[in-house]
Write a protein that binds this ligand. Sequence first.
Ligand code: NAD
Length: 500
Amino acid sequence: MTIRKEVEAILAHLGVPATTGNLTVRTPITGEVIAQIATITPEAANKAIAQAHAAYLEWRNVPAPKRGELIRLLGEELRTNLEPLGRLVTIETGKLLSEGHGEVQEMIDICTYAAGLSRQLAGLTVPSERAKHRMMETWHPLGVVGIISAFNFPVAVWSWNAALALVSGDAVVWKPSEKTPLTALATQAIFERAAKKFGGVPTGLATLLIGDAKVGEQLVDSPLIPLVSATGSTAMGRAVAPKLAARFAKAILELGGNNAAIVAPTADLDLTLRAIAFSAMGTAGQRCTTLRRLIVHADVYDKLIPQLKKVYGSVVIGDPGAQGTLVGPLIDERSYNAMQKSLEEARTSGAAVTGGDRVPTTNDEAFYVRPALVEIGSQTDTVKRETFAPILYVLKYSDFADALALHNDVPQGLSSSIFTMNLREAELFLSATGSDCGIANVNIGTSGAEIGGAFGGEKETGGGRESGSDAWKQYMRRATNTINYGTDLPLAQGVSFDID
Ligand code: NAD
């Protein structure tokens, strides 16, 4: 069966009606066209946003634990469809089958989390300084949440946002990446089945808009959308952030990373090697948390780097659906060209490049590469830029303070790791003067976060937080309430204002 036929079968199984249209969808596995689908017009998008707003006005009246029931049902539908949706993720993004399945598992996990959360959207009660007064915080639904997502986590990012937003009493409007619209259509069909089992939800509660960046801009510009959660490149964030700020809308920005790990002299090198391999080469270097910089102590450099080169030389590259493959394709030719450009720049600055070459396949339109290990003397501009491909820049250090300084000397601040058995170094790395990233790990790689923790980064990574912890608060608005149950009217701070 061709991949196109397989896609048609999966979509039919998941309940996505066959469509045709002007958006060409390709699989990076072979580069072949797997679908032609319709995009939304600006007028229809505006109508859909208005419909979502009307849905929110109804949905906010549904008690939060009942809203949680919808998300529980969504989790159940996803469980039932883990296999086909996971396979579709693999076909559309080129990530390994276990990662495609893992992405759907992540959706299920956030649904479980959000269903529980729906009974815990609690505010504080705060002691009032005034007698017979009670002060408390109440969390209310916010409105329509706009979700703009990237190609590399085509459905998990929607679920991180949608599960929390929907239990919070919001409606969601989703603009997925134009490179991965089929998994979005499949997810929407799955949501609609859950909504039906729930007994129906207001029309437009979860809306999908297929289109390019222009549709994303409509979400950003719409006065009916008080929060936009945008995941993608820093360039996208730079375009989106000022527009949201200009209309005082809230933003969750999940942008590019340039993640590093420090390997200290006491590191458990076997564990370190395995962690680096997954973080740097996994998902063909196309995770926002991919390990891109390795800062290795001089004492272990000559032991670790030859071992790493061996792994880089032998890792199996090919069809992400095949047993044994560890590195699948890049998303497209643009990505391949960006990788080659960065490698060329590194070579020009004197770096020694191992790997990085294209791995030939029978199809010219598929872009498989051997991951590249780049030994480089200093942190050049090329190293400081995120290239969304499997390039690992390796730097040597002797002094821990220098390693930390190198670590933080990039514009991005998403994920970071240290490999050490030295408690002082580990704690320092996690302290206020250590890693400046939103995620800082010890003896574990930079990628592969769990949904229970708040996910996001600092600096040019945008400052947003999604998923667990108290990230839900961004999807709600907070009201501080003070109730006087006495007969006097004392003013705060002892202010007097007697009118008789
Ligand atoms: P991209 O920036 O090209 O596109 C992301 C999304 O933004 C797409 O849906 C696109 O249509 C939309 N978009 C682009 N310009 C826009 C604009 N001006 N207004 C509104 N919408 C716009 O990113 P990509 O190539 O799909 O994904 C890779 C990038 O995403 C990498 O930089 C990666 O680090 C980042 N990423 C970050 C996270 C995170 O959580 N920090 C997660 C995944 C991916």
